[in-house]
Design a protein around this ligand. Sequence first.
Ligand code: HEC
Ligand code: HEC
Ligand code: HEC
Ligand code: HEC
Ligand code: HEC
Ligand code: HEC
Ligand code: HEC
Ligand code: HEC
Ligand code: HEC
Length: 414
Amino acid sequence: MRTIVLAILACASALAADTCVECHSVLEGPLQKPAALFPKQDVHARHNFTCVDCHGGDPTQTDPDASMNKAKGFKRGLNRTSIPALCAKCHSDANLMHKFAPQQRVDQYAQYQTSVHGKLLAKGDDTVATCVDCHSVHDIREVKDGNSPVHPLRLPETCARCHSDAELMTKHKIKSDQFAEYRTSVHWEALAKRGDLSAPSCASCHGNHGATPPAVSSVAAVCGTCHVLYENLYNKSPHQPVFSSMGAGGCTVCHGAHAIQHPGPSMLAGENAVCAQCHDAASNGGAEAIKMAVAIDKLSAELERAGGLLEKARSAGMEVSEAQMKHGEGKEALLKARVAVHAFRAAPVENAANAGMAIAAETLKAGEQALKERDSRRVGLALSLITILITLAGLWMAIRVKDSQGEAAGPARR
Ligand code: HEC
Ligand code: HEC
Ligand code: HEC
Ligand code: HEC
Ligand code: HEC
Ligand code: HEC
Ligand code: HEC
Ligand code: HEC
Ligand code: HEC
């Protein structure tokens, strides 16, 4: 008990000794905010760092001139171009960092200097992102903290503060639609709506600190870090050498980069077909595309029919679990056919689809069988019900006849 009290007193006097916090707490607006935020919410405060570790000065002096003293290292007018080097004083110092976190990386500043942000900052453009634009300042949190601005769910908005600013981006001659597009994508849907943290946020494709758009030759590799099978097929396809010399290149030629939508056979054939941009229907590419679309469409329709029947049978109380498991294999075959599209030849898609069709036919039969059995059971049930009813009616009649005979004889007996 005594030691706890002493510890609390020691803490209180240590805090009271920080005249920076003491005085700034009673100031207003942007001068007060750091003192209000830092002690409670900043990861650095939790590791016992204080204002002077970044700003310099003497935290024991109550007089502003003595405490915010240049001779004691106080830096006035911290400008944005000096921030990365300030943070790097510790974050690039392996000896220091590993005392606190043995596994911590110490290459953030080095990486940052290779990014478009870092290169432009070095040229004096201070409208780009510095460390505090992504991590905030005075309330810097651990990156895994759900409230950190770099947490995957919050990161898109952090980048969008600048990248959706049309005026700023026009000045830099790039588009400002990445955030709006990304928010319509399958990736944001998986991340935000389904809580699937394996789906990419901005930094998964652009890097945390070395932020550059994936280079033309590396787009397939960026997507391939997660979609390996697709990348392998694509790299061996006739498109790879041609697409890698086009604009963004790679997967984005067909899927886009930010507004990626759920794909389907309508990308292969029909008025929205991506293939039609380059292959007319009469060409070999166009013909192959149509064959793939037909195979995939047929299989998915057939699987849907079989799945519907099995579900109907299941909800009628029939035992179809084995057929339903088989149906799962059919769906896997469909996925295989869709992956196989990336060889951009009809044969592998048709092979996978045919395997699926065989399964669909089998499960469809099982579903029909089960429903037939249900029907014949119903007929049987109805027949036995009728028999029971007839028997009951007969019994009732017999009782009534007996009763009326009794009634007729009754009064005479009494
Ligand atoms: C007695 C009050 C007082 C104390 C103690 C004090 N400050 Fe200040 N601080 C001020 C006031 C008032 C201003 C705004 C006027 C100015 O810039 O001098 C200010 C401004 C600042 C600024 C912005 C300066 C700029 O223009 O870049 C920083 C950063 C700062 N203080 C940090 C500190 C730190 C770190 C300490 C402790 C070593 C500290 N202050 C101690 C009152 C105080
Ligand atoms: C981890 C480093 C770090 C620590 C610790 C830190 N600051 Fe700062 N502070 C900065 C940076 C970087 C800026 C410049 C932010 C910018 O320009 O956006 C800044 C800016 C400021 C400003 C100017 C705000 C303005 O909008 O003009 C004040 C005042 C200030 N800090 C006070 C403090 C006080 C008081 C503490 C302790 C409670 C503190 N800082 C702790 C890094 C730090
Ligand atoms: C363009 C935004 C951006 C900038 C600029 C930025 N960071 Fe980061 N930082 C991130 C992201 C994103 C993460 C990873 C978050 C995660 O793991 O979920 C991160 C992670 C970190 C980590 C945790 C360890 C690690 O490397 O994963 C540290 C420490 C860090 N950054 C420091 C810095 C420093 C120091 C600077 C300036 C030199 C800086 N950051 C600049 C976005 C940024
Ligand atoms: C005086 C040394 C020092 C300075 C200056 C400093 N940091 Fe830190 N920082 C640390 C230490 C030590 C940790 C805690 C160890 C850890 O978790 O990495 C830390 C933690 C962090 C984390 C959390 C990392 C994680 O593991 O999630 C981020 C983010 C961060 N600092 C960013 C910054 C930024 C941005 C600046 C500049 C405004 C800065 N730091 C300045 C020493 C410093
Ligand atoms: C403080 C504003 C700001 C923030 C925050 C910011 N950026 Fe930037 N970013 C810029 C500016 C300004 C440019 C320079 C554009 C140019 O001239 O290429 C840029 C450039 C880029 C580029 C290179 C574009 C190109 O083709 O030249 C990429 C990629 C990028 N940012 C990604 C990101 C990501 C991802 C995030 C969030 C993790 C982010 N940025 C956060 C301001 C910001
Ligand atoms: C699935 C991967 C992926 C994700 C997620 C992603 N990007 Fe991109 N981004 C790319 C690719 C690939 C390019 C290059 C192709 C292009 O220019 O369309 C690119 C290009 C960019 C550019 C440069 C645009 C230009 O006109 O030069 C910026 C800026 C950018 N992205 C910002 C962001 C931001 C901000 C987010 C999050 C809201 C984000 N990106 C999410 C893959 C991604
Ligand atoms: C960090 C991992 C990661 C990266 C990088 C990534 N993706 Fe994804 N992608 C996912 C996850 C997770 C899903 C959601 C899977 C699901 O719906 O089951 C997904 C879904 C998709 C889908 C929709 C699949 C469907 O069934 O509807 C497409 C298309 C797609 N990604 C294409 C791309 C392209 C193109 C790139 C590169 C520009 C890319 N992805 C980069 C992880 C990633
Ligand atoms: C030439 C156009 C084209 C290119 C290039 C391309 N795809 Fe596709 N992708 C398609 C088409 C078409 C489909 C839809 C197949 C279907 O469902 O009928 C598709 C479907 C997908 C799917 C979803 C499969 C499913 O389960 O529905 C993912 C994921 C995917 N592609 C990822 C990638 C990746 C990663 C790359 C780069 C390595 C890439 N794609 C390159 C045309 C393309
Ligand atoms: C951006 C233009 C472009 C798009 C989009 C595109 N291709 Fe191609 N495709 C080419 C080029 C260029 C070649 C290689 C030159 C050649 O052999 O015709 C090629 C080659 C092929 C070939 C082999 C060449 C042959 O004639 O035997 C097939 C098959 C093919 N593409 C199918 C598709 C399918 C399917 C899609 C849609 C999923 C598609 N392509 C989308 C441009 C495109």
